[in-house]
Design a protein around this ligand. Sequence first.
Ligand SMILES: Cc1ncc(COP(=O)(O)O)c(C=O)c1O
Length: 437
Amino acid sequence: MDTKQFWTSETQMYFERKKIIKAFGNKIIDEDGKEYLDLNSGTWNTILGYGRKEYAIEINKQLSQFEYIPNIRFQHSAGELLADQLLRYLPNDFKHVFFTSGGAEAVETSIKLARGHFYSKNKGNKRRVISLYESYHGSTLGAMSASGDPWDRIPFDPLLKDTLKIYPQYCYKCRMGLSKSVCHYACLKDLEYQINFYGAENICALILEPIMGVGGIIIPDNKWLQGVVDLCHKNNIIVIFDEISCGTGRTGFMFACQKYNIYPDMILFGKGISNGVQPLAGVIVTEKIYKTFLSQRRDRQFRHGFTNSGHPIACTCGSVTLNIIKNENLLDVVHQKEEVFKNILSDLKNKEYIGEIRIIGLMIAIELIDPKTNSDLNIPDFDIRLRNNGLIVSQMCQAICLMPSICTTEEEFKHGIDIICKSIEDYLYGRRIVANV
Ligand SMILES: Cc1ncc(COP(=O)(O)O)c(C=O)c1O
């Protein structure tokens, strides 16, 4: 069989992909019997690890009733139950959930909701979207327009022209070249300047990841996040928190906004919600947003959806995930593991190739520096080297990102960190490492 008939992303251009035959816990086993320790939890989505039996049981129960129902015509209990379970974690203002199959679809949905909201209020000029440099919101054209990484988008320009970018609060590498002790939150001032420059009357929404994932686990402080939300609300700009990576328990809270106690107008979830068992994501909105679409006028209704939005099997999987998290007190477990992992990471601080380590819940970034030049250490294809050494994590240039599942043990984490350090030392000093997972 020609394995390249199955085409995904850019990988086939420069390395062969191994076929996986089994996965359980945090282990993945390929066709040659090689084991990998997955500290990336799939694509950051298998938050409970692989092989949870509960999904098959509940999926089969749902299948015995029906496998699919078009949401556009009928309701079903799987969707109602999951919406209710999600909303229970949030303040009362959040009242409705629009399900999608993937994160990018949720992002697209939220931008259309923001535009539609102002259209219905006769403020049709409010169309622009503000987002952050370094952000990632998905691979569709609209979501990519909101994302802040130039390399993903250059071949596809022009994207949506009505987006504009502000700096994230990335103090380790402040894009304004300032240090926190003297900056007086210049990045917030930049937002204010942009709003004034483009005119609040032309801006419908600001979308941000409360904790940036693909950008390299960038963790803002409360003051910055509150400042962004306040500035937007003062200017009648809808705030969208993209929690597709940082939600579903990653921070030890179901939603990252709970950790900050700062709330937007829409919350996007995805990835971990179905633990990778089925494609599932969605948008949670406040009553205020929902109500604008209750209209007899067709142009004011939210005429939007996908064949698989709110798919009953996917919603069933979402409920299984939330039940497991609740029944096994996994949000508390995330807090405990964060402390254990912090402790392990503290041993790295004195290594000459470590720039900064950031950890929040189960989101970890290790910034590498070249000891000779003191600048970023971007080891070519380091994630592939690590994979060859039996470890799966993400490499974002000089930042190595770990998104372990909740079931990752202290020993597994220690072992993964050991492989990372030895692989860096192999690259820097030519010490060979022997993989033993
Ligand atoms: C924050 C964020 N938003 C959106 C997406 C897109 O999600 P999907 O790949 O399910 O379309 C991702 C995926 O990595 C993400 O990390």
